[in-house]
Ligand binder design. Structure first.
Ligand SMILES: *[C@@H]1O[C@H](CO)[C@@H](O)[C@H](O)[C@H]1NC(C)=O
Ligand SMILES: *[C@@H]1O[C@H](CO)[C@@H](O)[C@H](O)[C@H]1NC(C)=O
Ligand SMILES: *[C@@H]1O[C@H](CO)[C@@H](O)[C@H](O)[C@H]1NC(C)=O
Ligand SMILES: *[C@@H]1O[C@H](CO)[C@@H](O)[C@H](O)[C@H]1NC(C)=O
Ligand SMILES: *[C@@H]1O[C@H](CO)[C@@H](O)[C@H](O)[C@H]1NC(C)=O
Ligand SMILES: *[C@@H]1O[C@H](CO)[C@@H](O)[C@H](O)[C@H]1NC(C)=O
Length: 495
């Protein structure tokens, strides 16, 4: 806590003098006392729950112990407490494994890919893939969805088969598809917010409204991945096989699990970092205006354009992961600010892209994804979030820069750089402001590591702020941006 500034003390003194009948000396004494009291209070509140505060025989000793030692969540959830269950198939694993192998860490991540049959053609089993298990036979179950595939039954049962392995120290079961990319540090971070000893069902639904209408708004979509706490898994396993027959007309495995959740009565806890990615075209707009939540998963990467231009799909996810490794929580976090020396608006999606608009754009617009994509069924909309038209007019488009590299600086911070997209648009805007923008070759962005506690239950979320720290002169072709916490009274407001 910063001490009050001299000017605010002066103002306060003035104010007291005006309203007080006391002499100025008395006022001064009173002021000193109250400032001292305030400091003591701050000290008292920030000082860890030391024993001397609770030397109190009549208090609830359990509560005290918790306060002293932290809550009884013995140890914070880490990656070893998660058991992953990935729905795969023997025939497609050789193509799909590249996505799992991007995030799977042998001997660290726990779990299995569940296959329909023995992967005879994949011998030896790739050592960077999760180990496989073969699902039990599901012929006895009904499946009556005319446009779906029976494999949904098998995949729905992965949760049950994983649970029945009886592995130790599992707090969360996380289900995903064979083309889901998890960002496991962020997943752990999100799960830490929730008490694993209670019943939680955590995930998100589809971006495409039509999908949510056909399937459900209230289930965690399997491709985005969803997490089920141990006690909820225990309840689910008891009723799952029955649900599979009762909801035999449901298309997907995730939907059948959703049906079971209705029976148990546990609603979905929506977390905005799980991405089903039921979109077509370019995910650029979505990923350049990510919500204020850690990136947990990406899915359907084979169905959208590669994340980076001139880069194949898998390599472009690797590129994003490269940034992610340096500052996981900050990945794709959006920050924007103005360069008022030339009325430019600059939006950074950390580790992915910088957009430069050579004019002032309102914050609400910068914060709304450009619609560079269509729905899953190739229509213009609607989506479960707002979008703005991705204008084709050259004098309205942002000039795009893409993440090109990251370096950790010694002082708990990173430098990322973003390079101008090569031969971006055939048609250019020939107004003066755009001509100046086209001369910029790249952005260098510095940022302190983002506090992993940022989104825990104790802190109210707020987007960070940025400022242009260099490159505003005519001859500079690299603009330097610093991302930092916002100051009091700071907002992205045009003058
Ligand atoms: C995770 O927490 C457990 C305690 O439940 C601890 O034994 C283990 O060493 C931790 N693992 C990692 C990777 O931090
Ligand atoms: C994982 O652990 C096993 C047994 O401890 C060991 O044989 C294997 O080499 C390890 N794999 C990797 C990739 O570290
Ligand atoms: C499967 O569906 C058939 C036809 O609707 C029904 O007769 C049968 O009882 C169902 N089986 C189970 C296990 O629910
Ligand atoms: C920026 O825009 C404001 C308001 O539109 C205008 O008054 C000002 O002259 C512009 N400044 C520059 C450097 O273009
Ligand atoms: C921007 O970052 C790159 C990569 O670290 C560095 O080579 C370059 O000198 C930086 N440019 C400026 C103007 O800071
Ligand atoms: C870290 O150091 C660099 C220079 O080495 C400086 O530009 C940057 O502002 C520093 N970052 C923080 C968060 O102190």
């Amino acid at each position: 806590m910063a001490p009050p500034s001299p000017t605010s003390i002066q103002n306060l003194t003035k104010f007291w003098r005006q309203i007080s009948v006391f002499s100025p000396n008395f006022t001064k004494a009173l002021l000193t006392t109250s400032v001292f009291a305030l400091f003591s209070l701050c000290f008292f509140l920030t000082f860890p729950y030391s024993k001397w505060r609770f030397n109190c025989p009549e208090c609830d000793q359990t509560l005290i112990r918790d306060l002293i030692n932290g809550p009884r969540l013995e140890q914070k959830t880490n990656i070893s407490h998660i058991l992953f269950g990935i729905g795969g198939s023997a025939k497609t694993w050789s193509q799909r494994r590249h996505y799992s192998e991007l995030w799977w860490k042998p001997n660290i991540t726990r779990g299995f890919v569940w296959l329909d049959e023995n992967p005879a053609r994949l011998e030896p089993w790739p050592k960077n893939s999760p180990q496989f298990k073969i699902s039990a036979d599901t012929a006895r179950f009904n499946y009556t969805c005319w446009y779906g595939s029976r494999s949904a039954v098998r995949i729905a049962r992965i949760l049950k088969e994983s649970f029945e392995l009886g592995l130790e120290n599992v707090r969360w079961f996380v289900m995903g598809d064979d083309d889901t990319v998890f960002f496991t540090e962020n997943l752990v971070n999100v799960l830490r917010k929730y008490d694993y000893r209670k019943m939680y069902y955590i995930g998100s639904n589809s971006e495409s409204v039509a999908q949510d209408l056909v399937h459900s708004y209230t289930m965690g979509y399997g491709g985005a991945g969803f997490a089920i706490s141990y006690p909820l898994a225990a309840e689910l396993v008891r009723v799952l096989d029955g649900c599979i027959d009762r909801y035999s007309d449901f298309y997907g495995s995730d939907q059948k699990i959703g049906g079971c959740m209705s029976e148990i009565g546990v609603p979905l806890t929506n977390e905005l970092g799980f991405h089903q990615m039921d979109i077509r075209g370019s995910p650029y707009g979505l990923l350049s205006a990510h919500p204020l939540a850690p990136l947990v998963s990406l899915h359907h990467l084979d169905y959208v354009e590669p994340l980076f231009p001139h880069t194949n799909r898998v390599a472009s996810v690797k590129k994003l992961i490269n940034a992610y490794k340096s500052d996981p929580i900050r990945t794709l976090q959006q920050t924007f600010c103005y360069d008022l020396t030339r009325n430019w608006s600059i939006s950074v999606s950390w580790g992915y892209t910088v957009q430069l608009y050579p004019f002032l754009v309102r914050a609400k617009d910068l914060n709304t994804p450009l619609q560079t994509f269509l729905t899953w069924t190739w229509t213009e909309g609607p989506f479960t979030f707002n979008t703005r038209k991705s204008s084709l007019k050259p004098c309205q488009r942002p000039v795009r820069f893409y993440f090109d590299g990251v370096k950790e600086l010694g002082n708990q911070s990173t430098l990322t750089w973003y390079a101008r997209q090569r031969d971006e648009h055939k048609r250019k805007c020939d107004r003066g402001n755009y001509k100046a923008a086209y001369l910029i070759k790249g952005f260098n962005v510095s940022a302190g590591f983002l506090d992993p506690q940022l989104w825990n239950e104790k802190q109210a979320p707020r987007r960070q702020c940025c400022e242009i720290t260099g490159g505003s002169d005519q001859q500079d072709d690299i603009v330097q941006v610093r991302i930092r916490g916002c100051k009091q009274w700071e907002s992205v407001t045009p003058p």
